[in-house]
Design a protein around this ligand. Structure first.
Ligand code: ZN
Length: 137
């Protein structure tokens, strides 16, 4: 797997800073530049995972910190009004995510969760994605 050239990496970092780029798009763009082949939103898999890498039997979920309840993350702070509504909604999301991960693992898939707040550090993200090949290839 190719690691990015420094120019390509700083280009991507500039793009993330200047635009409100969706985290999933950042991950997809990085995977693409690294030469991974992937499929998107496969409906035949539990939870319709965002990104699927069939060759490595790996799925990547790119999760928003708030909606998916990133533990100990400032972006995942819960609203202080309407608490019954929000706690139920967010707890349901977390339970559903957990169930989907278990189902995927039962089917033999490995699941990598990338949180929205982890996408800004392109260098770290890249190393993590590169590990997919090393660990699972
Ligand atoms: Zn987070």
């Amino acid at each position: 797997m190719d690691m990015l050239k420094p120019e390509a990496r700083s280009q991507l970092m500039a793009k993330i800073k200047s635009k409100n780029t969706k985290p999933e798009l950042v991950v997809r763009s990085l995977l693409h530049r690294m030469g991974f082949r992937f499929r998107l939103h496969r409906r035949d898999l539990p939870g319709t995972p965002d990104i699927v890498l069939p060759k490595y039997k790996t799925v990547i979920m790119v999760n928003g910190c708030f909606w998916h309840g990133h533990a100990n993350c400032p972006k995942a702070k819960r609203p202080s009004s309407n608490t019954d509504f929000w706690y139920k909604k967010l707890d349901d999301n977390i339970a559903r995510d957990r169930e989907n991960v278990l189902k995927l693992e039962e089917l033999g898939w490995r699941v990598m969760v990338i949180w929205e707040c982890q996408v800004k550090d392109v260098f770290k993200l890249e190393a993590r994605l590169a590990s997919i090949e090393g660990l699972y290839g």
